[in-house]
Ligand binder design. Structure first.
Ligand code: ZN
Ligand code: ZN
Length: 297
C-alpha cells in the first residue's frame, strides 16, 4: 500500500508540475514580437534561407511559427524539449555560469536554453552535409524561439522557485505567479493601456526605438566576442541580473503588483524584446552568410 501511495503521489506531483502555466517562455505575443523584429533585420541571404526552411503553412512568415516549440512541448513525443526553454541558477546568487547551470533536473549536461541555442545553431551550420540528417525546419524554429526565451529575465531565474513559477502574486486583482507576469501580463497590460490592444502597434514602437534611441547600441547587442556565430551566455547573464534587479525585487510571495511595478518594468520588457529580435537576426545573418562555401563541399 505504501508503495502504491508513493507512486500515486509522485504521479500527482508530475501532473501538477505540467499544469503550471507560463513555464514555457515569453507568451505568444512576446515570441511573435521578437521574431517579427528579427524578420525586419535579416539580410537577403538569410531571408531566402529562412523562407526555404519554413513550411508552406507559415506563408513565409517566421513570426507565425515562433511559438511552435511551446505548442508541442506537452506532446509525449516532444516531452524531452521541456528543459530547453530555460536555465535555472542557484538561489540568490544573481549570476549564471554555463558549466555550473546548463543541465536538466537529472543533471544531463547542455540540456538548457543556452545549450539548445548552441546546438540548433550548429545544426543549421551543418546544412549541406546531408548525411547529418537534422530536421532544419525544426532547428530554425527552436533556435528562433529559444533566443526569445533566453531574453525573458525569469527564464534565467532561481532553481528554488522555478524561475518565479512558484512565487504567487496578484497582478492588479488577478491571482497569478511572477513568472507568468513576465511571460504575459506585462505585455498584455501594455497592449491594453498603450497600444489599443494591437500587437503591431507595440512592435512598430519597439522598431522605432531600435532605429532611434537605441541605434548606437545595436552593434554591441548584435556582435559576439571572438567572432562566434552565436553567443547565448552573455544574454543569460544579463537576464539573471535583470531578474534580480527588476523581476524579483518588490515581488515577494503574496505581493500585489500594480502601477508602480508595471510602469517601471515595462521598459525592461520592451528592451529585452528588442534585444532578442536584433540578436536573432544577427545570428541568422551569420549562420546563412557562411552557407554557400559549406554547401559546395
Ligand atoms: Zn519557450
Ligand atoms: Zn516562461
Amino acid at each position: 500500500m505504501v508503495r502504491v501511495g508513493q507512486f500515486l503521489l509522485i504521479g500527482r506531483a508530475i501532473v501538477v508540475l505540467q499544469l503550471i502555466p507560463g513555464i514555457l517562455g515569453w507568451g505568444k505575443e512576446g515570441h511573435y514580437a521578437t521574431c517579427k523584429i528579427a524578420e525586419g533585420l535579416l539580410s537577403e541571404d538569410a531571408l531566402d534561407a529562412v523562407k526555404g526552411y519554413l513550411p508552406d503553412s507559415a506563408e513565409s512568415d517566421l513570426a507565425a511559427l515562433c511559438s511552435w516549440p511551446d505548442e508541442i512541448r506537452h506532446d509525449f513525443h516532444w516531452h524531452w524539449t521541456g528543459p530547453l526553454h530555460y536555465v535555472d541558477t542557484p538561489d540568490f546568487r544573481c549570476n549564471y555560469d554555463y558549466c555550473r547551470d546548463c543541465h536538466d533536473s537529472y543533471g544531463h549536461k547542455d540540456r538548457c536554453v543556452t545549450g539548445a541555442i548552441n546546438n540548433y545553431t550548429m545544426q543549421l551550420l551543418s546544412a549541406g552535409h546531408a548525411a547529418m540528417g537534422y530536421n532544419l525546419t525544426e532547428a530554425l524554429l527552436f533556435l528562433s524561439h529559444f533566443i526569445g526565451d533566453v531574453h525573458q529575465p525569469l527564464h534565467v531565474g532561481f532553481t528554488g522557485d522555478a524561475g518565479g513559477n512558484t512565487v504567487v502574486v496578484r497582478w492588479y486583482r488577478r491571482k497569478t505567479n511572477l513568472h507568468h507576469v513576465w511571460d504575459n501580463m506585462i505585455i498584455e497590460s501594455a497592449l491594453k493601456t498603450f497600444y489599443s490592444s494591437n500587437l503591431s502597434n507595440m512592435i512598430q514602437t519597439i522598431q522605432k526605438k531600435i532605429s532611434d534611441s537605441w541605434s548606437n547600441d545595436i552593434s554591441s547587442w548584435a556582435n559576439c566576442s571572438s567572432n562566434d556565430t552565436v553567443c547565448p551566455d552573455p544574454y543569460a547573464s544579463e537576464s539573471i541580473h535583470l531578474a534580480c534587479k527588476f523581476a524579483y525585487r518588490n515581488a515577494t510571495p503574496g505581493t500585489t503588483l500594480g502601477d508602480d511595478y508595471f510602469l517601471s518594468r515595462l521598459p525592461v520588457v520592451e528592451k529585452r524584446l528588442a534585444q532578442g529580435g536584433v540578436r536573432l537576426a544577427a545570428t541568422l545573418n551569420r549562420i546563412f552568410s557562411s552557407q554557400p562555401s559549406i554547401a559546395q563541399e
